[in-house]
Design a protein around this ligand. Structure first.
Ligand code: HEM
Length: 565
């Protein structure tokens, strides 16, 4: 035993293997672990051993601790369950699986079913669903949205955004806390109206290419969605990096294909639980495909950053030369076309404020970003779908376009944009019925009361514009497309959180002015040349609520060329 103090003293052979009883403490004697019984009693007082619990006591204590932990967890769980169940929502049909069977549907069924559940259960505009053992809360009223979006504390994105991290790391869209605050402050000036003015020519140039492509489709039935997506991708790449990627002409460019593949991978991971843990994802071939795509995408942005930095240095040298030589040469005084990337390089102060990696995060965020091109593509396509379904609206749009542009085929100017008021109402109404971002989720950092319901810390709260925008209190006959709702006299007194296609509050869309300008210019360019007829009706179209709200079978249109007078 461990109490050997004198290696010289070994119990007699006959004692080996026997139990020695020393003052009620039992020892087994053996030659390797000899015991000096005298020493034991001398060094350690007997009552010390009585303090030691025996194995039964240890076992009982261990089991009691475990039972205590389980009991506390179950009690907390019960309290959580009780608390969440005070909020109306479908009951948990299967323990541990919750109300998940409500969502055993085809993807196009999610939004209509969600809307139905909401109307059945929601008394006060908040609904609870059990997704597995966790409660999920959805907010569908302007008053509830105000609590979520109006708060400066509820700015943490939910875990679905994590699958964008390998691509975007933690840029403006995906970051949180201090980093997000600093970036938002730094990037806000790059979306100033004056800077956006410089991008009008890009919107126009890419619209011209789009119209050329659409000319080839006259009098055919076709899906316009991919054409618009390639156009908005060209726009965002040129405005973000100052480079043509030529997606409209070169549909199988390596960079463009990598963007589409990566977008698909992120969306697949968001909807398949078994692809979500990184260690499991590594076992699937999709992970290798992701690595290939990322090497192309990051490689391209890195190359752009290096190139633009060299160009910027050259420009500075040229400027210096100009002031030294006093030439006033037209070449030197020509204003260079700046992209977001140039503004970021300037803001980086030679790496003191932003490293090259930080710049890449932000450029990729704008481009990828569903935010940068997919959202705008969806908004333009849905607008064409609705205008193509409503001949009277289309007539009014055409009248406005003729009033502003007459017979000329000149490009759209900044001044024209403020004249296209009715078109703007059509875009807003299309974003009401088909908000490009159909739902947004936040993680609650503290207990929060929403519409009178007490929602516990750590819960995920979703705002669903698709539902919020269909509240008959603010939008009577909500399913009807009526651009007039957005006439100033009809929208002035509306609740400010009743219409939130660009989110609202501190974490709203930084690119909304950019998006509205781009949409107006592309739509005006298409509708000046073509008459559009939608081939599907809103009541028959299948809508998918992915990160972006998409029509499952695209936006099928029939174009007729307008007669140029
Ligand atoms: C119709 C077009 C667009 C719509 C409907 C839209 C909508 C939104 C929405 C709803 C959010 C909030 C997302 C959330 O909270 O989870 C958002 C954020 C954002 N959007 Fe947009 N967006 C559009 C176009 C753009 C464009 C063109 C850009 C860039 C050029 C852009 C850049 C961003 C960024 C960087 C964020 C994150 C802002 C932050 O968290 O501080 N968006 N957008």
């Amino acid at each position: 035993m461990w109490l050997s103090v004198d290696p010289q003293i070994i119990p007699p052979k006959e004692l080996v293997g026997m139990i020695l009883d020393v003052d009620a403490i039992k020892f087994r004697a053996n030659p390797i672990n000899p015991i000096n019984i005298n020493m034991i009693s001398k060094i350690i007082p007997d009552h010390f051993y009585r303090l030691f619990p025996n194995s039964l006591t240890i076992g009982t204590a261990f089991v009691s601790v475990i039972l205590c932990i389980i009991g506390t967890a179950l009690y907390r769980r019960y309290k959580y369950f009780e608390r969440c169940n005070k909020i109306p929502g479908p009951p948990a049909q299967i323990p541990l699986f919750g109300s998940i069977t409500e969502f055993f549907l085809e993807p196009e069924g999610y939004l209509p079913h969600g809307l139905k559940l909401f109307r059945t259960w929601s008394k006060n505009s908040v609904i609870r669903a059990w997704i597995g053992p966790l409660a999920l809360f959805a907010v569908g009223s302007a008053e509830g949205v105000e609590v979520v979006f109006g708060s400066s504390k509820m700015i943490d994105k939910s875990r679905e955004y994590n699958f964008l991290h390998p691509w975007l790391a933690t840029g403006l869209l995906t970051s949180t806390g201090r980093k997000w605050h600093q970036r938002r402050k730094l990037l806000t000036p790059t979306f100033h109206f004056k800077i956006l003015e410089d991008f009008v020519h890009v919107f126009n140039e890419q619209s011209v290419v789009l119209v050329e492509k659409l000319n080839e489709k006259i009098a055919q039935d076709f899906d316009i969605f991919p054409y618009i997506t390639r156009c908005t991708l060209d726009v965002i790449c040129e405005t973000a990096m100052g480079r043509h990627v030529n997606a409209q002409n070169n549909t199988d460019s390596e960079y463009v294909t990598a963007i589409y593949k990566m977008t698909r991978i992120v969306q697949t991971r968001q909807t398949r639980p078994w692809l979500q843990p990184d260690w499991l994802f590594r076992l699937f071939p999709m992970e290798a495909e992701q690595r290939r795509c990322l090497s192309i995408l990051h490689g391209f942005t890195d190359h752009m950053i290096r190139e633009r930095k060299i160009e910027q240095k050259q420009r500075q040298k040229d400027k210096q030369k100009q002031s030294e030589s006093l030439l006033g040469d037209e070449y030197f005084s020509k204003k260079p076309r700046l992209a977001f990337l140039d503004l970021l390089i300037e803001a980086s102060q030679d790496g003191k404020v932003l490293s090259d990696l930080d710049i890449r995060e932000e450029v990729d965020t704008f481009i990828v970003t569903y935010q940068g091109h997919d959202t705008t593509a969806a908004a333009i396509s849905w607008s064409l779908f609705l205008i193509g379904n409503h001949p009277k609206v289309q007539e009014q749009v055409s009248e406005e376009l003729t009033r502003v542009f007459g017979d000329s085929d000149r490009q759209v100017t900044m001044a024209d944009l403020s004249e296209l008021k009715y078109l703007e109402c059509c875009i807003k109404e299309a974003l009401r019925l088909y908000p490009s971002v159909p739902l947004m989720a936040r993680e609650l950092m503290e207990d929060t009361t929403i519409c009178g319901y007490d929602i516990p810390t750590g819960s995920t709260v979703m705002v669903v514009p698709f539902i919020v925008h269909r509240d008959p209190t603010y939008f009577p006959d909500p399913e009807i497309f009526k651009p007039e709702r957005f006439f100033p006299e009809n929208s002035q007194s509306r609740h400010p959180y009743a219409y939130v296609p660009f989110s609202a509050g501190p974490r709203n869309c930084i690119g909304q002015k950019f998006a509205m300008m781009e949409e107006k210019i592309i739509l005006a360019s298409v509708l000046r040349r073509f008459h559009v007829k939608a081939l599907d009706k809103p009541e028959n179209i299948a809508v998918l609520a992915e990160i972006i709200l998409r029509p499952r079978d695209g936006v099928r249109l029939h174009l007729t060329a307008k007669i140029q007078k």
